[in-house]
Design a binder for this molecule. Structure first.
Ligand SMILES: Cc1ncc(C[n+]2csc(CCOP(=O)(O)OP(=O)(O)O)c2C)c(N)n1
Length: 327
């Protein structure tokens, strides 16, 4: 029960942060926002299988719930949202949610969809060569299984039995492109068979099912059995980003149908039915909301990055100039 309460805490935190990100953007206080609503159970359930500080994780840009479970705070998140110099991911130079934390073993990633898979597989190969016991979790959306990167990475990982868990959050949309317009099979999990690895399907609106199916995959990787793919079927409630008009590609009715399966409400109902007092859940919400408001106030008051730092760490600072001299 303690685990489920812990999971619920991170799911609720993810929901509340995500809602504030969109509100702040609509108020004109931030340049850009992207929500996670609808993915909380998938992300938190899968991330519960990660051994913090030991395993490596390559999350994708929607994975706030994964980042929070791994140790990111609301303040870490809002520093990125406000693109402040204090942002731990990129010092305010990349978009929000380019999660990066060497101490938490979160590999810095690119915004380019699908590039995380070969990076994760390379990481797993390095762990194998160094005889380290940890495993790698890599996350992506359904759309990220279309580029060649995914297929090359899955094939290579399977041939070499590398300790990788491919976690795919299938929300049926890649911006405006619907699932059936870019994937000919019924389930993403079917793609695993082509590479000789198991493909598990979970109800990504259910945190326990997401945890259990990801656990099958992570147990297999830890035992030396090689990679697996876990498909978490979920839905994105908000537009793709604050720049997206989702009324052009889906109906309100479709969103409402999925809202009836709200993963946060479902976990809330589960806890109540298991005897957790409602007052405890309300005080949890109040304390999270307070933490979030304090994080927003602090992040917003912090300094912006300096314009002259825009290309810092992009080019090697001691690389020779074209004429062979050094700056
Ligand atoms: C290589 C590449 N092509 C296109 C884009 C633009 N783009 C950003 S997010 C996205 C959709 C990805 O959808 P999916 O993987 O299903 O994840 P979701 O955003 O739905 O969670 C696209 C096409 C990109 N970032 N990288």
């Amino acid at each position: 029960m303690d685990d489920v309460k812990g999971m619920y805490r991170y799911m609720l935190m993810t929901r509340l942060v995500s809602e504030r990100i969109l509100q702040l953007n609509r108020m004109g206080r931030t340049p850009f926002g992207a929500g996670t609503d609808g993915h909380e159970a998938a992300q938190v359930g899968a991330a519960w299988c990660i051994q913090r500080g030991k395993d490596w994780t390559v999350p994708y840009y929607r994975d706030m719930g994964v980042a929070f479970v791994l140790g990111f705070s609301a303040l870490d998140e809002f520093r990125g949202v406000f693109a402040k110099a204090t942002d731990i991911n990129s010092a305010g130079r990349a978009m929000l949610n380019m999660f990066s934390s060497p101490k938490d073993r979160v590999l810095s990633r690119s915004v380019l969809v699908g590039t995380e898979f070969p990076h994760a597989v390379g990481l797993a190969l390095a762990l194998r060569q160094r005889k380290e016991a940890q495993i790698v979790f890599v996350f992506g959306g359904d759309g990220s299984t279309s580029p060649g990167d995914f297929h090359e990475a899955a094939n290579f990982a399977s041939i070499h039995k590398l300790p990788v868990v491919f976690v795919i959050e299938n929300n049926l949309l890649a911006i405006s492109t619907r699932f059936e317009k870019q994937t000919a099979v019924k389930d993403i999990a079917e793609k695993a068979a082509a590479y000789g690895m198991p493909g598990y399907i979970a109800d990504g609106m259910d945190v326990l099912d997401s945890y259990e199916k990801t656990k099958l995959a992570s147990d297999r990787a830890r035992a030396g059995g090689g990679p697996s793919l876990v498909e978490l079927k979920c839905y994105r409630y908000q537009p793709h980003t604050s720049d997206d008009d989702d009324s052009r590609y889906r109906t309100k009715q479709e969103v409402e149908e999925w809202r009836a399966k709200d993963p946060v409400k479902r976990a809330h109902a589960y806890l109540l039915s298991a005897g957790v007092p409602e007052a405890d859940l309300y005080s949890l919400r109040a304390s999270l909301a307070d933490e979030i408001e304090r994080a927003i106030a602090q992040a917003e008051s912090e300094p912006d990055p300096k314009p002259e730092d825009a290309a810092k760490h992009v080019y090697s600072e001691d690389a020779p100039l074209p004429d062979g001299t050094r700056a």
